[in-house]
Design a protein around this ligand. Sequence first.
Ligand code: PLP
Length: 394
Amino acid sequence: MTDLEVVSGAGCVVTTRTGEDYLDFSSGIAVTSTGHCHPHVVAAIQAQAARFIHAQVNVYRHDRLAELAGRLAAISPEPIDTFFFANSGAEATEGAVKLAKQATRRPNVIVFQGSFHGRTHLTMAMTTSKTIYRAGHDPLPSGVFVAPFPHSDDDVAHCLTAVRLLLLSQTSPADTAAMVLEPVLGEGGYLPAPTAFLQGLTEICRQHGILFIADEVQSGFGRTGTMFCIEQHDLRPDIIVMAKGLASGFPISAIGASAEIMARWPPGSHGGTYGGNPIGCAAAIATIDVLTEPGFLAHVVARGEQLRAGLRALAAQHSGIVDVRGPGLMVASEFADATRVGPVLTHCLREGRLILMNAGTFGNVVRWMPPLVVTEAEIDQALAAFGRALAATG
Ligand SMILES: Cc1ncc(COP(=O)(O)O)c(C=O)c1O
């Protein structure tokens, strides 16, 4: 996305080899939830590195593992209380599908148009945000069926009908293990799923014994103003996939499910050498400490409102922006013309020292995902840089 060579980061700012500071509103793709090098997270990593760097979970148990599982159980929606740890979002998403297959003894999954679930072979087959992620890798695993994702409340009924049609015509309920869904499409354009759609899907799942998997890799850990986005829809997912913001940048991911579902996964049928790494667990525990501080999520909500209000004001002043949307600090500004996005991002980078990224199948969305600790002044600074870019490229 940029040609920057960075040497350090603190909060929302990264510093280059030549000593320039940039406002990092990419958060390393929605990862540095507590900002770059939050002192509490750094201290936890340093302390844990001196105690144990690797304590392989098949060989022995380490204290940080149970502690992290307990902390995650406390913040996860019911009935999620049991966790499997992995290293990346794709690994956890693929693991969640393996779990669903084992738990239901069914072979297929349903995913939604525009989703991004990762770049392993199965998660590539589940990814339809852009062909670039799949091209050149065929044949991809079978057993993945794609249903439409609603772009507005008006689309909900038709999209639910399409899911029912899929179950009648392509993958019968008896063959369908799970539906896997991002509550807000990430790579697909920061598009929130309407509540009525999510509730309709879970109803269909319950009716047919299909598991509902929420891929909260990008939307989880406070990003949308609640710990998990799914909470805002009053839903009880069977499985949640977690990564990115979980440990402020240390590579660790998790699959959460009820103990009852996890028990249907035969021991040894899934695992990995590094999953549940003690330093990753320590980083995640420290991250959860920060995210659960009183007022933290209210701060995310307030900064999100500030950002959306500022973007809507800019959209009223400058032509070209057709929509501003997204919960918390998972915000999109959508352009009518995708060719405008590149010049806007370049202007922000070069003239505003602001790092932003695009999203969407058509590449016409600028996504705003600053660290959740972003200040009011930093949001204002970013909006000013974006406004100058709109003026210069209009
Ligand atoms: C919703 C979602 N799921 C899964 C993934 C894959 O995560 P990773 O890149 O850590 O494999 C991503 C990454 O962007 C994501 O946004």
